[in-house]
Design a protein around this ligand. Sequence first.
Ligand code: ADP
Ligand code: ASP
Ligand code: MG
Length: 404
Amino acid sequence: MSICVKKFGGSSVGSKERIAAVADRVIASKSDGNQVVVVVSAMGDTTDHLVEMARELSNGNPSPREYDALVSTGENVSAALLSMNLNAKGCPAISLSGPQAGVMTEAIHSKAKILNVNPSRVKEELDKGNVVVITGFQGISPQNDITTIGRGGSDTSAVVMAAALGLDECEIYTDVDGIYTTDPRIEEKARKMKEVSYEEMLELASLGAKVLHPRAVECAKQNEIVLHVRSSFSTDEGTRVKESKSMEIEKAVTGVALKKNEAKLSILGVSDKPGTAAKVFQKLADGYVNVDMIVQATEQDGSNNISFTVDKDDLKKTEEILQDIAKEIGASGIKSQDDICKISIVGVGMVSRVGVAAKMFTELGEAGINIHLISTSEIKVSCAIDAKDGETAVRVLHSALELA
Ligand code: ADP
Ligand code: ASP
Ligand code: MG
């Protein structure tokens, strides 16, 4: 008997009918002779509603501990309902919370990293003949407090569970039938891919392709687990994320990703002395601000402007920290803009080709799209642009780079 881990996202368990359909699918897999572990997200947009309520009742600043205590509850509902439906259909099942399933995290709230998974209870329940339905997204800190692991984190919950059980594949069921060259909801000519390398998927996911949580890809790569991303609405094969074996890369670019809800901040008139940037970014790191693209522009009077992007959700906190730093280091002020997004092109084929970045900038320029910041790595180029231009940029680049 082999064990399989199947993760179902929010829209896959978005209604009673959808939960019943998931139960049927699980029963079919069990009938094929598998021991089934299911990891579920909260129903539909439950988590968004919980986040909204947390903000409303806390003047926009909920206690991190209570925030996690609240937003983790969406997953409890879907896990218990799925388990009940399985039992009602004659398939023995038990729901386990993240803590009950042995998911230990660091003591950071809302974006905790998973430190360790002890799957002994899960194995025990499987050996009793149960389907084990685990709540994604949650874990427990060394202080015994409930933690959550970041929005979209149930993918990661599934992959760490597959790793702890020693599996070499993990199925991710979602509302699209695989991974496309870009978000098919933005570009209808997007093409479904049969396979994507871990490396490219990690970039795409980190750069906004929310079909997979970046840490799920990282964990899959580390543990050599193939991710099979497929539709919960059909039985068709989806896309496999795995080690790339191809010797020659046909195309420079594999995909286009868009990350919405970014903000740009600048600290102005920073004196041009060694150690200044270190001071600024250390303070931001101490405040758990995840800084993204960074550009330092030299001015003529011997002082710099340093600009960077952050998640829009972190804007208020970052402004406060930056105001303090500006006073401390004698900067002339700060500036922020909250209507930014990031457009990126990704492909391992870029390593051996020149002119890809130039083509991207030319295409954006010809479409009248202004670039605020640029960052590159060997396999990606990203540009911060106005939020209003994001979807147009996706379509322009997808077509210009012949990804269809
Ligand atoms: P789930 O609730 O199942 O976790 P998500 O909403 O987190 O699902 O992720 C699925 C969504 O990811 C799709 O509906 C699609 O709009 C979006 N998406 C973004 N980029 C891509 C891509 N390259 N390929 C497929 N889907 C993508
Ligand atoms: N329910 C959580 C969220 O909406 C986790 C997840 O869906 O993966 O972010
Ligand atoms: Mg998701």
